[in-house]
Design a protein around this ligand. Structure first.
Ligand code: BMA
Length: 824
């Protein structure tokens, strides 16, 4: 028999002190798995999932390559079994309390400890704690049987007299995108998705703390700390609570006997506030609670806490109702994107992946992400990084694009899921909003889901909706946090004219309904929580899908990575409107990325110009869960598409943004800073060889946190051809290039781009120059690396230096594309 290696983690902050701390053993080693119907066991990784385990043993092909996904559907229809054997020493066995914490089981799991059934789990979003003291021996076997979700879904479905939209996934509380989405594969996996911990303790254990800022000003922070603990026996001797802030003891409780929840208040004088990164420092305090009895430490807990106030402001006004976030009383314009799980097989996402993605978010001048409701409540590391980097999080509950059941068991399950996740996340300064669901309400009201149903049926389905989204979830959020709750995103579907005047909006007139991008300029809502457009991913990703060096985008296996039924055609239709259509795959990929960036930044700039009417824009979508053609700005392998580079510019704190209305050029300055800016606005109309056609400068004052038109020019007063010019505007460190007609109609010139490459410590500097304007210059290489800028314009006779960060010694395969080459 092989025994587990026991990983002992003692939470010990001072080894000189005597202690009786809870002991935690993570059961991560020596796991095995098999089909329930098989006899042969194979080693397994925990936390993990069955797809990853099968892949590790070469028992299946990589689901992310070609058409493999299709051949792997049997995995979800199979029951799987995991087991592990572990030893416990006498000291541990003698502890008064011993429990098993299952932090995540995906999904229908029967758990046996030494052949006794200890848990039947039915929610991948819940944590389960089971008292196992009486069952433990020195040698133990833990066995988990995961049954296919469809078995349970069939049973639940049969109980209803009607079919619910998006049945069957709605019956199972697990990541909904695993059933397939319009950007993701159908890989409904199962397994031990998070850690299993054995926790043994004698007198007392702290489960969690909740630190709240009751009152926060520049001079004082009044804080409360709620300590949720359990103690097994009447404490015969008194205990004392100590609170430390940044390592200094700031408060000790009176000695107490109590087993009740301890409620303490304390203060921080002249507190440093937490700010979103674009407005200040996202400062975090280190707050620690230590519980002692006679100088013996019983338990301790630490939290990193950002002190800020945050509120969603929804106030009736002359036009409708506002929708914006106030952080520390400052209205904050939200800039960012919608976030989906980073991998269909979550165990493949490393800490480094989280770090990289959130750095990419900060680099692109974003300050908010929406964790979308069809994925997962993210791991702690995600929120820790958002706290640390100053990224606000709009957190959906995990319900998307469907109507859900409302029976007693389902509701209770949802309630426990909400309590668990809200408690887990409520200390995070980054959490700005809890939102009930993604598009369920819009779907019910606008997607034909009510057709052919009796009034009674409709009433029942809607009342079940209200039970979850108008009762259980808001009540949980209100009871446990100070954070606002929003019932559904969007508030109104795009068929309702109010979508522009109230609440948040999803503008899918673009893409799904085929409206031209200009529609975004004419229709600005109060807060754009979704709008997007697809593009092809990087060459690296395409090669991976095809397992082929050439860029192939029409093969069957590649087409399987476009999950929107009309996706390819929609891209082509939009491209035809505004861009030339290249005749080879490599160029087509480039053009699709320019197209996506063109449309989305057009929307972002119109929305930012409309500040404060509009107070936020989150495009769909930041990232991918597998190699795909999708709406993402960063592809599965972490490569920035043109969109990510271009939103970085469109999200700068100071944005110069122009538009033409009735032949009048109107140049706005958007200022997201909290300070007033004063300086020279310089506008220059140049032709593509660099000749100045017109120029003007103006001293301007831009008030803090504002947007206003700062320059107007009647274009009829100047003689020029719109297809031969670019307007170059400068204010302080910001620059903008504004073209007056569609890219495909620009009369760009073809000329050489000269490049000089020099080695730097961490890569290369690439200096580029050209005699004529080069539009959307794209640098690429087969070697992995990151360009400091890309898809940029090179102005005539001006040199630009781009840094390529890479480990390689020589850069031999650098290639350049320019939009100029596509003008015929
Ligand atoms: C939005 C999202 C997703 C979807 C995307 C693109 O509505 O909420 O459901 O993937 O549109 O279609």
């Amino acid at each position: 028999m092989r025994y587990s290696l026991l990983l002992l983690i003692f939470i010990c902050f001072s080894c000189q002190l005597e202690h009786d701390l809870p002991q935690t053993i993570e059961l991560t080693e020596n796991w095995q798995f098999k089909k329930v119907s098989d006899t042969i066991w194979n080693s397994a990784t925990v936390p993990g999932n069955v797809h990853s385990d099968l892949l590790d043993h070469n028992l299946i092909e990589d689901p992310f390559i070609g058409n493999n996904e299709k051949d792997l559907q049997w995995i979800s229809e199979t029951d799987w079994e995991y087991k592990n054997t572990f030893l416990l020493d006498e000291l541990t066995l003698q502890k008064k309390n011993i429990e098993l914490n299952f932090e995540g089981l995906d999904t229908y799991a029967s758990v046996y400890l030494n052949d006794s059934l200890i848990l039947k789990a039915n929610n991948a979003f819940r944590k389960w704690t089971i008292d196992v003291k009486s069952l433990l021996k020195s040698e133990n076997e833990l066995r988990l049987v995961f049954e296919s979700t469809s078995k349970y879904e069939e049973v639940e479905k049969a109980k209803l007299a009607y079919e619910l939209p998006e049945s069957e996934r709605i019956f199972t509380r697990k990541a909904q995108f695993q059933y397939g989405w319009d950007w993701g594969p159908k890989l409904n996996t199962s397994g031990i998705s998070k850690l299993i911990k054995l926790v043994a303790w004698d007198a007392l254990k702290i489960d969690n703390v909740h630190v709240r800022a009751l009152h926060l000003t520049d001079s004082i922070a009044d804080l409360s700390i709620e300590i949720n603990k359990r103690s097994s026996v009447e404490l015969d001797k008194k205990i004392i609570y100590h609170i430390y802030v940044n390592g200094s003891l700031i408060k000790s409780s009176e000695p107490t006997h109590t087993n009740d929840q301890q409620f303490n208040r304390f203060q921080i004088i002249k507190p440093k506030k937490w700010w979103p990164h674009n407005l200040g420092e996202p400062y975090l305090y280190d707050i620690k609670v230590i519980v002692k009895q006679d100088e013996k430490i019983l338990d301790s807990i630490s939290v990193k806490k950002g002190l800020r106030t945050i509120a969603l402001v929804t106030e009736k006004d002359g036009i409708g109702e506002s929708f914006y976030f106030k952080v520390n009383d400052v209205p904050v314009y939200a800039k960012g994107a919608n976030y989906i799980p980073q991998n269909s097989l979550q165990n493949k996402v490393t800490d480094g992946d989280y770090e990289k993605l959130l750095n990419d978010v900060v680099d692109a001048n974003m300050n908010m992400l929406r964790v979308w409701g069809g994925g997962i409540y993210e791991n702690d590391i995600f929120y820790n990084l958002c706290d640390k980097k100053g990224i606000l999080v709009w957190q959906d509950f995990m319900f998307a694009c469907a109507m859900y059941p409302g029976d007693k068991d389902f509701l209770e399950n949802v309630k426990q899921e909400a309590i668990g996740n809200v408690k887990r996340l409520r200390n995070h300064a980054s959490i700005a909003l809890w939102c009930g669901n993604n598009e369920n309400s819009e779907g019910w009201h606008r997607w034909g889901w009510q057709a052919d149903r009796s009034d009674a049926e409709k009433a029942e389905i809607w009342s079940n909706y209200l039970k979850v989204f108008d009762s259980i979830l808001p009540n949980t959020v209100a009871k446990l946090t100070d954070t606002n709750y929003w019932e559904s995103s969007p508030k109104y579907g795009r068929g309702n004219p109010k979508y522009k005047t109230e609440g948040d909006a999803h503008d899918w007139w673009i893409w799904h309904d085929g409206y031209p991008f200009e529609h975004l300029e004419e229709n600005v809502p109060r807060f754009m929580s979704e709008f997007g457009f697809q593009s092809f991913p990087s060459y690296e990703t395409i090669r991976y899908i095809n397992q082929n060096d050439s860029i192939e985008i029409t093969s069957d296996s590649f087409k399987n990575h476009q999950k929107h039924s009309r996706g390819f055609q929609i891209i082509e239709d939009y491209m035809e409107r505004d861009f030339p259509i290249p005749d080879n795959a490599e160029d087509y990929v480039y053009m699709s990325q320019l197209l996506q960036a063109y449309g989305i930044t057009k929307g972002i700039e119109a929305q930012r110009r409309a500040k404060p009417y509009n107070m936020g824009t989150l495009f769909w979508q930041l990232n991918d869960c597998w190699p795909a053609v999708s709406w993402s700005s960063i592809d599965y392998f972490g490569n920035w598409k043109a969109l990510h580079y271009k939103v970085k510019r469109s999200f700068e704190a100071i944005l110069i943004s122009s538009k033409i209305e009735n032949e009048v050029l109107k140049t706005s300055i958007v200022n997201d800073n909290m300070s007033q800016e004063q300086g020279i606005l310089n506008l220059k109309l140049i032709d593509f060889s660099g000749n100045i056609i017109w120029e003007d400068s103006k001293n301007i004052i831009v008030v803090a946190n504002s947007s206003a038109i700062k320059y107007e020019l009647d274009l009829n007063t100047i003689r020029f051809n719109k297809n031969e010019v670019v307007l170059v505007s400068k204010f302080e460190n910001s620059t903008s290039h504004f073209y007056m007609i569609k890219p495909k109609d620009l009369n760009l010139k073809t000329s050489e781009i000269t490049k000089t490459i020099t080695k730097t410590l961490d890569g290369f500097n690439i200096e580029l120059t050209s005699k004529t304007l080069q539009k959307d210059v794209f640098l690429y290489a087969d070697t992995k690396g990151h360009f400091s800028d890309n898809f940029f314009d090179l102005l005539p006779n001006e040199s630009i230096i781009i840094h390529f960060k890479s480990n390689i010694k020589t850069l031999q395969d650098l290639q350049v594309k320019t939009f100029n080459n596509f003008i015929r």
